[in-house]
Design a protein around this ligand. Structure first.
Ligand SMILES: [Zn+2]
Length: 208
């Protein structure tokens, strides 16, 4: 079963993708920060020019001033959707080791959920940062971000494919002769065809 190898491998790659840069944040073509998936989970302190915060009031857009620290610091709060996506990825990684239809089904669901949460985060960032700053702040989504989405889709595909394969094998097993076509010898327990009068192993006559 190729799912048992491919699915954990895909999820391993997705975890690695969380450590790659996801987004470049820039302000009027000046790059402020590059943020990885894991930095969206933990939150990230940004060091940017004073003018960036004072002119564009970043506090309203998910980045907050930290008064106690240097005035040149701001931060990105932990992002709920990325946290949920990471939970889905870790859940999916664990579920990849669960065999059978239940394993394939639950892994597919967690991959779909992870994909949706990553997409939602993209819309949330675009809405909060780009629109509210009236285009002064640009977000460039990077390879790590798109690779995460692509690998999540691949994980869905692998597990759904595995699910259809296991359904096919269920159908095949139904085609086998049903157990009622056999009976077991009361003396030695040997499996005999239902029509046998005497046990083929020990010769005991079957009752009735
Ligand atoms: Zn027998």
């Amino acid at each position: 079963m190729f799912r048992r190898v491919i699915s954990p491998a895909l999820y391993g790659l997705i975890v690695i993708c969380f450590f790659l840069p996801w987004v470049n944040v820039s302000c009027q073509n000046y790059k402020i920060a590059s943020i990885s998936g894991i930095q969206f989970v933990t939150g990230k302190t940004l060091e940017e020019p004073q003018m960036f915060k004072s002119q564009f009031g970043m506090g309203q857009y998910g980045m907050q001033n930290v008064p106690s620290k240097s005035p040149k610091e701001g931060k990105i709060d932990p992002q709920l959707y990325v946290i949920l996506a990471l939970v889905c990825v870790i859940t999916g990684l664990v579920l990849s080791f669960v065999k059978g239809r239940i394993g394939s089904l639950t892994t597919s669901i967690s991959a779909v959920a992870g994909f949706i949460f990553v997409i939602l985060q993209k819309f949330k960032l675009e809405n909060e940062l780009v629109q509210k700053s009236q285009g002064l702040i640009q977000l460039d989504f990077l390879l790590g971000f798109y690779l995460t989405l692509l690998l999540l889709l691949a994980a869905v595909a692998v597990n759904v494919y595995s699910l259809t394969q296991s359904e096919a094998s269920v159908t095949t097993s139904v085609k086998k002769p049903p157990e009622s076509a056999f009976k077991f010898c009361p003396e030695c327990g040997a499996k005999n065809e239902a029509g046998n009068v005497f046990c083929k192993e020990c010769g005991t006559k079957f009752p009735e």
